[in-house]
Design a protein around this ligand. Structure first.
Ligand SMILES: [Zn+2]
Length: 833
C-alpha cells in the first residue's frame, strides 16, 4: 500500500497519468467518457477482454460468431471462490432443474443474466454493459462484492454485433463536429435496412424459440446450458417514451406462474426506487406483454426464469435529440438509466437469492410432476421422415425430450387437423413427446392447439402451434404415455452402390428434397418432375416427385455422381431401371416436365420490408444453398430483367410501381413471385388479374350499436376488431397444381393481415382458397374473421409466355413456418415449367 502511494505521488509529480484503481474504467480504457461517442463493437470486445485479463473474478467465453465474423461473448462474474467452480455451479443448476441427474449442492448461487443490444440500433445497451461490467468487477466496489457472494452474473454485451456496427458506422459517418439534436436532421434517420436486425435482416428478438439464425442458435444454446434464474433483455424504444421496466403488460401467458409475476414486481419496485431518487420518468405494466414465445423475456419465463425486457427511450436519438416535450435526451442519460436498472436487478436478486433459487426449483419440480395443459402426450405422425426430422431438430435445440413409437399401439387423441377426438395407431417412427419432463411449460406453449388469448391487444402474433407450422399430423393425448424408443428406427438411407439407373426418383415433400434439387441444379445436372402421381418399383410417388434421368445427363458419370450426392446429403433416392412405370405416366411422357435451372433475382432497397426480403435471402443462401441475385427495386428501369427467369417481390411499399416493363418481362416468359403487399401493388396494373376483396359494404350500423356512442378511452379496443396480429387459417389446396405439389388438399397459413383477394378468372389458377370459415387459431378481430372468407390466398396467373405467382401471406415468416418453405419452393422451381 505504501509502495503504491509512493508511486502515485512520484507519478503525479512527473505528470504520468495516475490510476488510483487497479482496474481501468471504460472511460480510462477507451479514452473518452461513455456517451461522448458510440463505441464500435471491436472496442467493446477489447474492453471485455481487458477486464477478463485483469479482474480475477471473471471468465470470458466466446460462444459463437456472427454472420459477418464478429465474436459473440459472455462474461461470467462471480466471487473469487465461485469463479473457480463455474462448471460445478452450472451442472448444479441443471440438477436443480432436473435436467441433469445427481445430488444438488445446497446454497447454490443465483444466476442473473444480462443481455444487451439484441437490436443493433438500440445502442445505449452495449455502452451500459461496459459500465455495469466495471462496477461488478471493480475491486474497490464493496457493494458488488457483497452481491457476488450469492450471485453469478453473466453479461452478454451484444447479442447482435453486426446490427450494432451497422448503426454505429452509419451514425459516425454522418455526424457533425457537434451532434445535431434536431429530430429532423439526417443523423436521426437511418438508411435502409437499419441496424435493428442481423446480417440477414432477422429480428433476433423474435427468434429465441425457433433459433433460425446463427446468433440465436449460439446464444440460446448457451442459455440452455445454464438456465439462469433471472434474465434481462436490454432494449431501446422510441425516444419520446420514458423508461420501461417490469412488471410487464397483460396479456401474460397462462403458464407464467404467480411467483414469476410477483417477483417481476419486486424487481420493478427496486428499479423504481432509484428512478424516483433521480426524478427519472418510467412506466410499467403497459405496452410490453408476455405471450409470443420467442422473445428475450417470454422464452426465459417459459424456462423457469424471471424474464424481463427493459426499454430505454432512444431509437434514432443519436448522441442527443430534442424530444416532444422539448427536453434534450442524451446518450449519457440513456446509458445511466440502463446502468442503474442492471445493477438494481443484480442487487435485488442477490437480496432474495435463496428464495429465487427455491422458486426456480419449484417451477421445474412442477414441470416434471404436474405439467400444464390437458394433453400429457403429443404424438406426431411420421408421414415424412425428413419433415419429422426438422421438428426433432427444433425440439432438441430447445432441450425438449422426445422419443419414438409406443408399446401400446392404439391410442385416442385430439386430431389437430380435424379437431375431432379419434382412435388411431401409433407407428414405430411416430414422434412421441411426453409432457412429464423439465421443459413441459415450453413444450405446452409451443404445442397447445390454441393459445389462450384474453381479449386484449398484443404486441405480436398469437398463434404458432407447431403441428400447423410444420404441416405434421399430430394428436394431443390426455393420458401419459412414454415413448418406446429414444431413437427413430428410420436409419439414414444406405448409399446406393453399383446401380445402373434409367432414372433416380426423389420425393418432393420437404425442405430436404428442395436442398437435393438445389444441389443437383448447381452441378448442372438436369432434373425433371412428374406432374402426376405414379407408381414404380412397388412405390407410390406423388405429383412433383423429382426425376433425374440418364437421358440428358450422359456427359457426367451419371450413376456415381447422383448416388454419391444423395449419400453425402443422407437423402433417399430410388433407382428405376426402366422408364416403363407400373401405374401413371412413363418417365418419357409429356407429363414429366423439365426443370429449367432458374436465375433468381430478389428486390431489395428502400420501400421493401427488409425482414421479409431477408427471409428470402436467408432461405436461398443458408437453407437450400441456391444462388440468388439481390437487385435494388429503384433500379428496375435500369437493369436487364431478361437476365433473370424468376423475380421475387417481397413484402413492401411499391409506390409508383410502373409495371409496364414487369408485364413485358413476364409476357416474354419470366416468372414473377409477388408476396404480401407486393400483391396489392399489382392490383389494377395492366396485365395483372389480381383484384382485392373488400369487406362488405353492408355494414349498416345497427340501432343498438348506434345507441352506444363509442368512448375515446376504448379506441385501442375498437381498432383490434379489424386486426389479425397473426392467426392460423386453413386453406383448401389444389395439390394437382405445381404450386400445391407435396401437400395434402389443405394448407395451414399464418395470416398477418386480413388481406384476401377475389378468385382469379377462368384462365388462371386458384391454388389456395378459403371457402367458408377457415379460421383455426390465434386472435382475429370480429370484422377480420368475417372478411377472410370466400377468396384466394395462393394463385397463379398466366401472362403471355410467363406467369405470376401470388402469395398473399408470408410462407417464410421468421423462418419458423416450416411448411411454407415447400410452398415457396414450388413457386420458385415448379410453377410455370
Ligand atoms: Zn428492441
Amino acid at each position: 500500500m505504501i509502495k503504491k502511494l509512493l508511486f502515485v505521488i512520484i507519478a503525479a509529480l512527473c505528470g504520468i497519468p495516475v490510476f488510483a484503481q487497479e482496474l481501468q474504467s471504460p472511460e480510462q480504457f477507451l479514452g473518452y467518457k461513455l456517451g461522448d461517442k458510440f463505441t464500435p463493437h471491436y472496442r467493446v470486445v477489447e474492453y471485455f477482454k481487458y477486464v477478463a485479463q485483469t479482474a480475477k473474478n471473471t471468465h470470458l467465453q466466446q460462444f459463437g460468431t456472427t454472420n459477418e465474423g464478429r465474436p459473440l461473448l459472455a462474461m461470467f462474474i462471480a466471487s473469487d471462490d465461485n469463479i473457480k467452480r463455474l462448471e460445478e455451479i452450472r451442472h448444479n443448476n441443471l440438477r436443480i432443474a432436473g435436467i441433469e441427474s445427481g445430488a444438488v449442492i445446497p446454497n447454490s448461487p443465483v444466476i442473473t443474466w444480462l443481455s444487451y443490444n439484441v437490436h443493433g440500433n438500440e445502442p445505449a445497451s452495449s455502452e451500459a454493459a461496459m459500465w455495469t461490467l466495471f462496477d461488478l468487477t471493480d475491486p474497490l466496489n464493496a457493494k458488488s462484492k457483497e452481491w457476488l457472494k450469492n450471485s453469478v452474473v453473466v453479461i452478454d454485451p451484444c447479442l447482435n454485433p453486426d446490427g450494432r456496427d451497422r448503426y454505429v458506422n452509419f451514425y459516425n459517418s454522418v455526424r457533425g463536429v457537434t451532434p445535431d439534436a434536431s429530430p429532423s436532421s439526417r443523423e436521426h434517420t437511418e438508411p435502409w435496412p437499419g441496424g435493428r436486425v442481423n446480417h440477414y435482416y432477422f429480428d433476433l428478438n423474435r427468434d429465441w424459440a425457433w433459433q433460425a439464425q446463427k446468433e440465436t442458435q449460439a446464444s440460446v444454446g448457451l442459455f440452455n446450458q445454464w438456465l439462469p434464474e433471472v434474465h434481462v433483455d436490454f432494449h431501446e424504444q422510441g425516444y419520446n417514451n420514458p423508461y420501461y421496466f417490469a412488471p410487464a403488460a397483460e396479456p401474460y401467458h397462462k403458464d407464467i406462474t404467480q411467483w414469476q409475476r410477483d417477483f417481476q414486481v419486486v424487481i420493478g419496485k427496486n428499479n423504481a426506487k432509484y428512478f424516483d431518487q433521480n426524478g427519472w420518468m418510467y412506466f410499467t405494466k403497459q405496452e410490453f406483454d408476455l405471450l409470443y414465445p420467442s422473445y428475450g423475456d417470454t422464452y426465459p419465463l417459459y424456462n423457469g426464469s424471471i424474464g424481463m425486457t427493459y426499454e430505454q427511450g432512444g431509437i434514432s436519438a443519436g448522441l442527443a435529440v430534442v424530444t416532444r416535450s422539448g427536453d434534450t435526451l442524451t446518450l449519457v442519460q440513456r446509458i445511466a438509466h440502463h446502468h442503474t436498472t442492471g445493477l438494481s436487478t443484480v442487487e435485488v436478486v442477490s437480496a432474495n437469492a435463496q428464495k429465487v433459487v427455491d422458486e426456480f426449483k419449484k417451477f421445474y419440480d412442477n414441470s416434471r410432476q404436474n405439467p400444464p395443459g390437458q394433453y400429457k402426450t403429443y404424438v406426431i405422425k411420421n408421414d415424412n421422415n425428413e419433415k419429422v426430422n426438422e421438428l426433432a431438430k427444433m425440439l432438441t435445440r430447445n432441450g425438449i425430450q422426445f422419443g419414438y413409437g409406443l408399446a401400446n399401439k392404439s391410442v385416442t387423441g385430439y386430431n389437430y387437423f380435424t379437431g375431432a377426438t379419434e382412435q388411431y395407431n401409433v407407428e414405430p417412427n411416430d414422434l412421441v413427446v411426453n409432457a412429464y419432463q423439465p421443459k413441459s411449460v415450453l413444450l405446452h406453449v409451443l404445442l397447445e392447439p390454441k393459445t389462450f388469448i384474453p381479449d386484449s391487444a398484443t404486441y405480436d402474433i398469437t398463434a404458432w402451434a407447431l403441428p400447423y407450422a410444420y404441416g405434421l399430423k399430430a394428436y394431443g393425448v390426455k393420458e401419459s404415455y412414454k415413448a418406446a424408443n429414444t431413437n427413430s428406427s428410420v436409419v439414414k438411407p444406405a448409399a446406393l452402390s453399383n446401380t445402373k439407373g434409367y432414372a433416380y426418383v426423389s420425393a418432393w415433400q420437404s425442405i430436404a428434397d428442395v436442398r437435393f434439387l438445389s444441389a443437383l441444379l448447381k452441378r448442372n445436372i438436369k432434373v425433371r418432375y412428374s406432374e402426376l402421381p405414379f407408381e414404380a418399383k412397388g412405390k407410390k410417388f406423388t405429383a412433383g416427385s423429382l426425376l433425374v434421368t440418364r437421358a440428358g445427363n450422359e456427359k457426367i458419370d451419371f450413376d456415381r455422381v447422383v448416388t454419391q450426392l444423395a449419400a453425402d446429403m443422407g437423402h433417399e433416392i430410388t433407382p428405376l431401371s426402366s422408364g416403363f412405370v407400373d401405374k401413371g405416366s412413363d418417365i418419357g411422357s409429356f407429363d414429366v416436365k423439365f426443370i429449367k435451372q432458374p436465375h433468381v433475382a430478389l428486390f431489395t432497397g428502400d420501400g421493401i420490408n427488409s425482414e421479409a426480403m431477408g427471409e428470402v435471402w436467408h432461405f436461398f443462401e443458408q437453407q437450400i444453398g441456391y444462388p440468388i441475385n439481390l437487385i435494388r427495386y429503384q433500379d428496375i428501369n435500369r437493369i436487364k430483367l431478361a437476365d433473370y427467369d424468376v423475380l421475387i417481390m417481397p413484402d413492401g411499399r411499391y409506390n409508383d410501381l410502373t409495371s409496364d416493363n414487369l408485364q413485358k418481362w413476364v409476357s416474354d416468359g419470366g416468372k414473377l413471385i409477388a408476396m404480401e403487399n407486393a400483391v396489392a401493388s399489382l392490383v389494377d396494373k395492366k396485365g395483372f388479374d389480381i383484384k382485392k376483396k373488400e369487406s362488405k359494404k353492408d355494414d349498416k350500423p345497427d340501432l343498438k350499436a348506434k345507441q352506444s356512442i363509442k368512448l375515446y378511452v376504448d379506441r385501442n379496443r375498437d381498432a383490434i376488431r379489424s386486426s389479425i396480429p397473426g392467426a392460423i387459417f386453413k386453406l383448401n389446396m389444389d395439390n394437382t397444381h405445381p404450386l400445391g405439389f407435396g401437400f395434402p388438399n389443405y394448407y395451414y397459413s399464418l395470416k398477418l393481415s386480413d388481406d384476401i383477394y377475389e378468385l382469379l378468372g377462368d384462365d388462371d389458377w386458384n391454388v389456395g382458397t378459403i371457402e367458408n370459415n377457415g379460421y383455426v387459431a390465434g386472435f382475429a378481430g370480429v370484422k377480420s374473421k368475417q372478411k377472410v372468407n370466400n377468396g384466394m390466398l395462393l394463385g397463379v396467373q398466366s401472362l403471355g409466355h410467363g406467369s405470376v405467382v401470388y402469395l398473399v401471406d408470408d410462407p417464410l415468416f421468421r423462418s419458423f413456418w416450416e411448411n411454407g418453405k415447400l410452398l415457396f419452393s414450388n413457386a420458385v422451381f415448379m410453377v410455370g415449367q
